[in-house]
Design a protein around this ligand. Structure first.
Ligand code: ZN
Length: 213
């Protein structure tokens, strides 16, 4: 096995999966999806469908049940209204990518894979600190030291805008798949989404920019 993709069922991680499969072939790629108490189990359903679509060697859905015991946010608590905060939306799940990447790395080591793909981006930046390049480099080093294993965290979209991601989807011939078979929306509506939440606004603005370009 060569690569493990952190697969949420959203646009960014679906494109990461496509890139890993293009580079290594489906038999060398595994994906891992985390159920951490997010509002919408529909994300894991779409992650499963994407894994099947690409015919990858293995896909795991792993539960991080402890998350709701240590933090609260609008992505996990349906009674909170989703708001754009001063620094970042109140949908931030503190430290999520730190847990995801460490867990994915532990599995990757057991599979003999060294590439960890994640769709984080600081370009169309939502303001989540654990999506920034400075964190990813630090986490890569932390994982290498923790596991004594040469993991490489691959972030194809760190400096790409959503419009550039749509262009890549078109170039890979999977525009319709990304447009219809992924869930980015914080309200859990697949494809175009609700159109109103911060995630939909970012996704749809990128799509408009891509169409216009
Ligand atoms: Zn939405």
């Amino acid at each position: 096995m060569r690569a493990v993709v952190v697969l949420s069922g959203g646009q960014d991680s679906a494109l990461c999966l496509a890139l890993a499969v293009k580079k290594y072939g489906p038999r060398e790629v595994a994906a891992i999806t985390f159920a951490y108490g997010q509002r919408h189990s529909i994300e894991t359903k779409y992650a499963r469908r994407l894994a099947r679509h690409f015919g990858i060697a293995a896909h795991k859905v792993v539960r991080l049940d402890f998350y709701k015991d240590i933090t609260s946010n609008a992505l996990m608590d349906p009674s909170l209204r989703i708001k754009r905060g001063r620094k970042c939306p109140n949908t931030v799940v503190e430290g999520r990518n730190a847990f995801f990447l460490m867990a994915a790395a532990v599995w990757a080591k057991s599979l003999g894979a060294t590439d960890l793909y994640t769709g984080v981006s600081q370009a169309d930046y939502s303001g989540y600190p654990d999506c920034r390049a400075v964190f990813i480099r630090a986490q890569e080093r932390a994982i290498r030291l923790a596991l004594d294993y040469p993991v490489r965290i691959v972030t194809p979209f760190m400096r790409k805008t959503k419009a550039e991601e749509w262009a890549l989807a078109a170039k890979l011939g999977i525009f319709d798949l990304i447009a219809n078979e992924t869930v980015t929306c914080y309200n859990g509506i697949p494809g175009k989404g609700c159109g109103k939440c911060p995630a939909c606004k970012l996704r749809n603005r990128g799509l408009r920019d891509f169409v216009r370009a």
